[in-house]
Ligand binder design. Structure first.
Ligand code: ADP
Ligand code: MG
Ligand code: ZN
Length: 418
């Protein structure tokens, strides 16, 4: 007789210490535990990880998780080990000895979860190795990376469609916080998830107040905003260039705000320390390029500010989504000026890549401009972009303080009627 497997509810409470599943988690877990495929569209902070972690423990064998960011893997594995789950990862940062140890643990059936970088899973050697063990499920995290139309395309993800043919009996679950219909379709097609059940959560984050202001003196505006609304609170400020990050962090510091710069040009150990301080201390403001934030799970970030225009609505949504994961009131603030549009258009024109790619980037930018320029509810615009109709929200700048619209048709009509 096979040993009795724990139930999902038992794993949820005994291992993770939670009383109940949230939203669609239960239905998703049931689907995968039963051996079915799933496509999960759920906003950042919604709780996607449990959707594959719980079934990995409940089902016999190892849950193989494909995750695009090496830094993220380490964090996830550490968090799992801390609650007594046997987890490990395979990626390029490991020594041969470490890799060996992980591989042996997998083959011995000791691992509940194994995180693997997508480029590894593309290799035949890795697939042969995995075939020698027992796989509980495949979880494809950040599945929007498979979308060539998306803002975060990674070619290695394209090879993941093969998993369906190679392991037809192993359930697969793809998860993302990007919900556009085009991305959804691409995930389904390219990952061969035509028989999957689809779980689409609401993308509304009602506790986040969206605000977009005209940009004239961005650093001064930012200081004013933080003093007025975020004094002493944890926040993230996003800028496009390293230079702007450095200058802005210095400016905030000079104004008595506990700001720290974060970008890919800084030493890895310094970045690590900055991240640790942000997580542990109160009221730290990180000024960062988009390199910061993916996978950082800090519940009480009270504001996310953009002093440069994000390149896409998807990016804006993901970045602002790092505010208010605890459900408490939070602000997403963006200073937007035409100089940004000019700069981004130039970047698109100068970018390598084919015409189709530039068109795509241009379409992303246009959608972002649509959000900035709208005189109607920001949230409604945002959710509409993700295919989710909604009513005016009452918690964005245009709802709270409707802009005065100069209606050119009235004087024109007057002119015509005289
Ligand atoms: P996502 O990957 O969708 O952004 P995570 O899986 O990182 O979200 O989860 C976000 C946070 O929500 C984590 O702190 C997680 O522990 C918490 N969480 C997830 N599910 C539950 C639940 N059922 N009960 C309580 N907390 C939960
Ligand atoms: Mg996640
Ligand atoms: Zn609104």
């Amino acid at each position: 007789h096979a040993p009795v497997r724990p139930s999902a509810a038992e794993v949820l409470s005994r291992v993770f210490g939670f009383d109940s599943f949230r939203g669609e988690q239960q239905a998703i877990v049931d689907q995968v535990v039963a051996g079915g495929d799933a496509v999960v569209l759920m906003p950042t902070g919604g709780g996607k990880s449990l959707c594959y972690q719980v079934p990995s423990i409940v089902r016999e064998g190892t849950g193989v998780v494909i995750s695009p960011l090496i830094a993220l893997m380490q964090d996830q594995v550490d968090a799992l080990l801390a609650v007594g789950v046997n987890a490990a990862f395979l990626n390029s940062t490991q020594s041969p000895e470490e890799r060996d140890r992980v591989e042996r643990a997998y083959l011995a059936g000791e691992l509940d979860l194994l995180y693997v970088a997508p480029e590894r899973l593309g290799s035949e050697a890795t697939k042969r190795f995995l075939a020698n063990g027992r796989i509980a499920l495949f979880a494809i995290d950040e599945a929007h990376c498979v979308s060539q139309w998306g803002h975060d395309f990674r070619p290695d993800y394209l090879t993941l469609g093969d998993l369906a043919e190679r392991w037809p009996d192993v359930p697969r679950i793809a998860l993302t916080a990007t919900a556009t219909e085009a991305t959804h379709r691409e995930i389904t097609d390219r990952l061969h998830l035509h028989n999957a059940r689809h779980f689409v959560a609401s993308f509304d984050r009602p506790n986040i107040q969206y605000r977009i202001v005209p940009k004239n003196e961005p650093r001064k505006q930012l200081v004013d905003f933080i003093r007025k609304e975020g004094a002493g609170q944890a926040g993230i400020v996003y800028a496009l260039s390293r230079n702007t990050v450095e200058k802005t962090a210095a400016h905030l510091q000079a104004n008595g705000i506990a700001a720290l710069p974060y970008h890919a040009g800084l030493d890895a150990s310094l970045r690590q320390r900055t991240q640790a301080r942000f997580l542990r201390e109160d009221g730290i403001v990180i000024v960062a390029t988009i390199a910061f934030g993916m996978g950082i799970d800090k519940p009480d970030v009270r504001f996310v500010a953009h002093i440069d225009l994000p390149k896409s609505v998807e990016g804006y949504y993901q970045e602002t989504g790092r505010a208010g994961r605890d459900g408490e009131p939070s602000v997403a603030w963006l200073a937007y000026g035409l100089q940004d549009v000019v700069q981004l258009r130039r970047m698109i024109d100068d970018s390598r890549g084919d015409l189709a790619h530039r068109r795509r980037m241009s379409a992303h930018l246009d959608a972002m401009l649509g959000l900035c320029e709208t005189v109607e509810c920001r949230r409604r615009n945002l959710l509409g972009y993700f295919g989710q109709p909604s009513q005016p929200c009452g918690n964005c700048d245009t709802c709270l303080d409707p802009p005065e619209v100069w209606d050119g048709t009235i004087p024109a009509q007057k002119l015509l009627s005289t």
